[in-house]
Design a protein around this ligand. Structure first.
Ligand SMILES: NC(=O)c1ccc[n+]([C@@H]2O[C@H](COP(=O)([O-])OP(=O)(O)OC[C@H]3O[C@@H](n4cnc5c(N)ncnc54)[C@H](O)[C@@H]3O)[C@@H](O)[C@H]2O)c1
Ligand SMILES: O=P(O)(O)OC[C@H](O)CO
Length: 338
């Protein structure tokens, strides 16, 4: 990879891909790939993305295309912002056109259905030999587009590559830290969505502030236990990608995952909630993968289980919090249970 002004390709012109491409376009040549040719033409011609970020002007230097080969052909680094169910397919389509050995960075917060793989594992399978990394943190895209200060963690096995990529991401108000704990950063980003649904459920049911604090804190405990069981480092879960992202997703009115929980708590059926959104709530699909992963590793995750019961097994929402309160509390830090 060139150290100076690397060319960037961002795959996925949803909310987050568009915001990250807008950041990198301020530093260097950037192409945004959108799968819808009409939307790509609109972004190219109007410098706006009316479907996902209608009120924001995008940098005029940001190029947009619906041609995947054209998007990646000259890239020195690829950022992938395609939701987890579709990432493998998009990377497979791009694979023949990506230059050898360039870094591929996931911006995605989900696990692959069926395989329960992290997105950097999917990248490694589809694009072997490419250094794979993940950028994750408390990053509500809309707030970053508005210019509110935020930070994230870029995790890669090779520190020098992460350092080179910091230069295309850092701005005065977007601070990117580095890490080599790819597993921890990635698993934290996927799991926090499940717990945001849990917190939303409580909020929708009218639970109190103490309840919210209890669920967030115990969620961090569950997240850390599964995260360390699969190879993440404990300190990662106390950092931006762990606690930081858990907090924002559990409390922000902009969070799509929390929104799903709130609406379920208010009694709306899941199918109706999802049909009314034109955006992804990764936690909905990730929950089943997480509970299966927890079972495989022998990690107890009562909060995630309650979310799974509501989403995938028809459990009435009112039973959810009652179910959690029935579990006898153990030692706060060393027990196996809730
Ligand atoms: N929005 C945020 O604030 C934010 C912040 C950090 C990370 N993320 C993560 O970024 C990823 C992308 O989320 P987003 O918010 O940009 O998405 P979004 O909800 O704004 O948009 C949906 C995206 O999914 C794509 N899509 C839908 N169906 C598809 C298909 N069949 N094949 C390929 N692509 C398809 C759309 O083209 C669009 O790019 C998610 O994993 C999300 O968790 C989002
Ligand atoms: O809107 P959500 O729930 O997908 O969360 C967005 C980001 O992941 C928050 O960091």
């Amino acid at each position: 990879m060139t150290l100076r002004s690397p060319s960037v390709a961002v795959l996925g012109g949803g909310t987050w891909g568009t915001v990250v491409a807008s950041i990198t376009a301020r530093h260097t040549g950037t192409v945004l790939w959108l799968r819808d040719p009409e939307l790509a033409a609109t972004v190219r011609e109007t410098h706006r993305n009316p479907r996902y970020l209608p009120e924001f002007d995008l940098p005029p230097t940001l190029r947009a295309t619906a041609d995947l080969a054209e998007a990646v052909r000259d890239a020195d680094v690829v950022f992938a912002a395609v939701p987890s169910p579709y990432l493998r397919r998009v990377l497979e389509a791009a694979a023949g056109h990506v230059r050898p050995l360039i870094p591929v960075i996931s911006l995605v917060k989900g696990l692959e259905q069926g395989t329960r793989k992290r997105m950097t594992e999917v990248i490694a399978e589809v694009l072997p030999g490419h250094p794979a990394g993940v950028l994750s943190g408390p990053n509500i895209a809309r707030e970053i587009a508005q210019g509110y200060a935020a930070a994230a963690t870029l995790a890669m096995p090779h520190h020098h590559t992460a350092q080179a990529l910091q230069t295309v991401l850092n701005t005065a108000r977007y601070r990117v830290y580095t890490s080599d704990d790819v597993i921890g950063v990635e698993i934290a980003g996927a799991l926090k969505n499940v717990f945001a649904i849990a917190v939303g459920l409580g909020d929708g049911l009218g639970a109190g502030d103490n309840t919210r604090a209890m669920v967030i804190t115990r969620s961090l405990h569950e997240l850390t236990r599964l995260g360390t069981a699969v190879g993440g480092r404990p300190e990662t879960f106390a950092g931006l990608a762990g606690m930081g992202d858990l907090i924002v997703t559990c409390v922000s009115p902009h969070s799509r995952n929390r929104h799903v929980g709130v609406e379920l708590g208010r009694g709306r059926p899941l199918s109706q909630i999802l049909a009314a959104m034109n955006q992804v709530a990764e936690g909905v699909k990730t929950t089943a993968a997480v509970t299966k992963l927890a079972a495989e590793r022998g990690v107890e995750m009562p909060i995630a289980h309650e979310v799974d019961a509501v989403l995938n097994h028809g459990q009435p929402v009112e039973q959810t919090y009652r179910g959690l309160l029935r579990v006898i509390p153990g030692h706060e830090f060393y027990g196996d249970t809730w």
